[in-house]
Write a new protein. Structure first.
Length: 115
């Protein structure tokens, strides 16, 4: 099925693309402003250091948010209950639970280190 077939996925892809294009065009930001993520132009050397910290924090938050969204949406879309059969359960998976606990702690520790 291609985007030209007019299916549900094609319409959704067109809408998402259009919303992204309108958002980009309507923001009116230059590339310099986009890379600052809303941080004002600094007048001191300390402001430049703070902007770098801000940019790194925003990029880290975007990466974590994207990973979280994928981890939430993947099972919702691809592992739904079909018929009377229950999907495979992953409770008490200790290595997975350790990873889900350690990664956020490492992220917070890195942010604390740089501040």
């Amino acid at each position: 099925m291609s985007l030209m077939d007019g299916g549900r996925a094609a319409r959704l892809a067109k809408i998402v693309g259009l919303v992204g294009l309108v958002t980009l065009a309507a923001s009116g930001c230059s590339t310099d402003e986009v890379l600052r993520f809303g941080w004002p132009k600094g007048v001191t050397p300390q402001a430049d250091i703070m902007r770098d910290m801000w940019t790194g924090s925003v990029i880290a938050a975007l990466v974590v948010g994207l990973i979280t969204a994928v981890l939430i949406l993947w099972p919702v879309v691809f592992h739904r209950k079909r018929g009377e059969r229950l999907p495979r359960q992953f409770q008490y998976n200790h290595p997975l639970e350790i990873v889900y606990t350690v990664i956020p702690v490492v992220i917070v520790a890195v942010l604390f280190y740089f501040t």
